[in-house]
Design a protein around this ligand. Sequence first.
Ligand code: CAA
Length: 722
Amino acid sequence: MAATATEERVGTAPARMEVEDGVAVIRLNQPGKPVNVINAELLQALDGILARLEKGEGGARAVVIVSEKKGTWIAGADIEQFKDFRTPADGEAASRAGHALLGRLERLPIPVVAAIDGVALGGGLEVALACGYRVASDSPKTKLGLPEVQLGILPGAGGTQRLPRLIGVRGALDLMLTGKQLDGRRARAAGIVDEVVPAPVLLPIAKRIALEIADGTRAPRTASKTGSPENVERLPGMLSVIFRKAREGVLAKTHGLYPAPLRILQVVHDGLGKPLDEALKIEAKAFGELAVTPEARSLLHLFFVTTAAKNDAALPEGTKPRKVEEVAVVGAGFMGAGIAAVSAEAGIEVRLKDVKLEAAAKGLKTARDTLVKRARRKKARRFEVTALIDRVQATTEYAGFRQADVVVEAVFEDVKVKHAVIKEIEAAIGPDTVLGSNTSTIPIATLAEAAARPENVIGLHFFSPVDKMPLLEIIVHDRTASWVTATSHAYGKQIGKTPIVVNDSPGFYANRILSPYMAEAALLLEEGARMDEIDRAMTDWGYPVGPITLYDEVGLDVAQKAGKIMAAAFADRMKPSTVVDRLVADGRSGRKNGKGFYAYDAEGKRTGPDESVYALIGSPPARAHDRAEIQDRLGLMMVNEAVRTLEEGVLRSARDGDVGAVLGIGFPPFRGGPFWYVDQVGAQNVLNRLRALEARFGARFAPAKLLEEKARTGGKFSDDAA
Ligand code: CAA
């Protein structure tokens, strides 16, 4: 049923319309929702509004669609509803319903202008594409994009067809295959948006433009009816080159493991040149089919668990975070500089301290370079870049630390050094400052032993490179105060990270599950497996890089150190092999010194596996290992360890375990995280495979008790697992 006039009057309708000065203004504001989403209620409300416009109500000469929800225009289709799709026909029908409504919008005899302030994502942008003109605000909150590929689906409300017809195939594929989001200015450069104006004048300008289009003094900008509007794309053979290159790019990036990007390519290709309605049928069918794939289900699960982790730190009711406006970072190395940069980018004033001026200056330069690079990518103006880099100050003193809301120590990974630094920091700060340690393995309780106020001490484990890695692992020890956890969680969100809160234990969560996986890879080498064979098996399973490459990237010296700490804590199953020791003894640190498992040329470019490593470790390649065996040994080692961390209470929830593994260490997103993986393939299945490995290779593969329990009871780890 359409929203009634009463609903519109009392403001409970998700959309309402008033005719003002000849312009019908449609105001979107879904009651009780943090963002506007396209769901049954909104569709019904728009259906009613369109019927009124089709009848010419109020003599409106033009239409403007605007949002009253701060920060959002429309955040796309309601992702919750995808959970209810059981068959491809369900998704196809939903897509067709969207097509029908947007078709009516597009066919209105009067011009429609989208006035976008805030996010216009997925179905949101697709509504805008069906309009005759798009005006966006210059607010940093305004973001336009088609992120469906990240959910394992494709734009199902006309995006695959209208966007290539509006901006050309190449530009459209770039947006759809990456899911990237553009602010108003970049969206205008890409041809999606026609005008960018300051937010306070968005509505009056959009109304004026709408009337100009109605009067014929300004031309509308709609999608081309005959295919790509780009002349160059009309040249013979050009489109096949574009599609071939895009397909090659997708396969190189995804190893063919993700069906959505390949399907996007196919749908854009097949729809081009066809009448729009026919092309939209192709889109709807593909949307329905993709929506029920296991990959889409896993990626959807990830969306929900990531959002939940961001919004819920599982703290006692009423715990309030403190405002974070100033941050100090001690240790201006690569990590410290990264933490400084992401904090400054979030508008926080930063002091970056090191013992020596040269080190502090070097860190400052690294932080500034990162900021400039990122700002340029966003096409920031010069004065904006200057303001940004001015937020980071380098120092060798603790002066000014008292104002800091959070101090992060990122000094050398050594208990003695960290204890000394914690004492120094404490002397310079007050009782209201969070004292975070960016340690990757040392228990936080051990670090807090040096503190006079251990309740202020918390682990803030960032991942490298800090500006790119989306996870912040927050580690609480027995005495961490809840306001400290709440403030750390809020700080994590403020700097754009997804925080998970875990309990103290060696290696915490991320490194705890990575450690036996890496150790097993080294054992495989000892057995005579080839380096590239191991790496390829794991990238084929969906990891971004294999474990041997990861050793080189992390640094063999760093891996050796972490391996020893983990081995001391979990000797039964994380005994490090001698392989890493031998490489380190041979002066190999990995990529950073151009010598590791792999060989590097003078420019630092990797040239291939270094064959001399086999002699060094005394294990020439002996037998060809079965790919599935490598994948099971490594993959299940990590999954089983993840279950142990939940069993022991290191993890507070399976949810955080999935988020941490995917965002922190690259567990394949389309598998949804280790817990989701078990739920999908079945705990009994994983148990059987682990028992088979235990029989062949020993007790390190003994299944976790909680896994046995799940297999026995048929219980699932995830609430949303079918
Ligand atoms: N559907 C349902 N709920 C959504 C949603 C959506 N499209 N977008 C956001 N939400 C919800 C979140 O789940 C969260 O809910 P809770 O507060 O209950 O946990 C709330 O809105 C706020 O979201 P965030 O915490 O993520 O807030 P944020 O300010 O950090 O980010 C956002 C806001 C940029 C909109 C972000 O939520 C986001 O990226 N959303 C997803 C956008 C998206 O992928 N859209 C495409 C949908 S698929 C589609 O549209 C298919 C099609 O072709 C028709």
